[in-house]
Design a protein around this ligand. Structure first.
Ligand code: NAD
Length: 263
């Protein structure tokens, strides 16, 4: 490879990225970040107004973007999204919910709601878009949002953690199935990121501070700090990376955080 070509590794010019969850938090930042590397970005979300806001921000900055409403819980809506958006070169899937309750207090409805979006909806998009990307003959990249909760837990995380571990294993399996067609599938595992999803924790100073202290960096992430991982995985910089679990957690998983020895 010529030295000058390495500079193009992150170039997404001529590529189409579909970001589901682009209306808020990590998805919003990823849509903007992918556009900054010249991808044409379709901003999809259940909340059409929010998706339109993100698309407008990208447009104001000179990027190409349009908004699309999709409800990941609805098979017909997902099928329509594929028809309307067309087969993308990159698909990023962020939507998820969390119900923080001890396992004994989870109702069947709680369990169903979390699984319906975090697992069934994510599976549905991976299956349908993955197949379309494979059939396109152009290859592509799918990025699914898992979490450090796929590996480590605390009381109250059982159903959320189960879905995040499930999404990771689904990504690995799809990577294995679609590898021969040049479609790569990877999972990103954030630690704690300041978004509307985690706003209830930020509102509790003890809880917020304890999570910050658990990381090696001593702080929460901003959504913009997830963008580098996603651009890497969607671009040629990551073209030999598939089936991976990319942890972006400020060092949360690296240290147990119980005690600093008197050294
Ligand atoms: N924020 C964190 O600290 C954190 C930590 C670890 C993992 N994650 C993961 O990162 C991902 C993104 O989290 P976030 O904090 O940006 O969330 P968020 O709540 O800020 O954004 C989620 C977006 O998904 C959309 N959405 C909800 N239901 C939908 C549906 N049925 N169909 C389509 N869109 C729908 C919402 O409208 C919203 O725009 C999630 O998978 C989450 O589990 C987040």
């Amino acid at each position: 490879m010529a030295i000058g070509d390495y500079r193009k590794l992150f170039d997404l010019g001529g590529r189409h990225a579909l970001v589901v969850g682009a209306g808020s938090g990590i998805g919003e930042a990823c849509a903007e970040g992918l556009a900054a590397f010249d991808a044409r970005v379709t901003c999809a979300d259940l909340d059409l107004n929010a998706a339109q806001r993100t698309a407008a921000t990208i447009g104001r900055d000179g990027g190409q973007s349009k908004a699309l409403q999709v409800d990941m819980r609805d098979p017909a809506s997902c099928a329509a999204a594929l028809t309307q958006a067309g087969t993308p070169d990159a698909l990023v899937i962020t939507p998820a919910i969390n119900v923080r309750r001890r396992t004994r207090d989870l109702s069947d409805e709680d369990i169903r709601r979390v699984i319906e979006l975090n697992l069934v909806g994510t599976f549905r998009l991976m299956r349908d878009f993955g197949e379309a990307m494979a059939e396109s003959g152009r290859g592509g990249s799918i990025v699914v949002f898992s979490s450090i909760r796929a590996q480590v837990v605390e009381p109250g995380q059982s159903i959320y953690a189960a879905t995040k571990a499930g999404a990771l294993q689904a990504a690995r399996t799809l990577a294995s199935e679609l590898g021969p067609s040049g479609v790569r599938v990877n999972a990103v595992a954030p630690g704690v990121v300041e978004t509307p999803l985690t706003a209830p924790i930020k509102a509790n100073p003890d809880w917020y501070g304890a999570y910050a202290a658990k990381t090696a960096l001593g702080r929460w992430a901003q959504p913009s700090e997830m963008v580098g991982a996603v651009v890497f995985l969607c671009s040629d910089a990551g073209r030999y990376v598939t089936g991976s679990y990319l942890v972006v957690d400020g060092g949360w998983l690296a240290q147990d955080g119980r005690f600093t020895p008197p050294l």
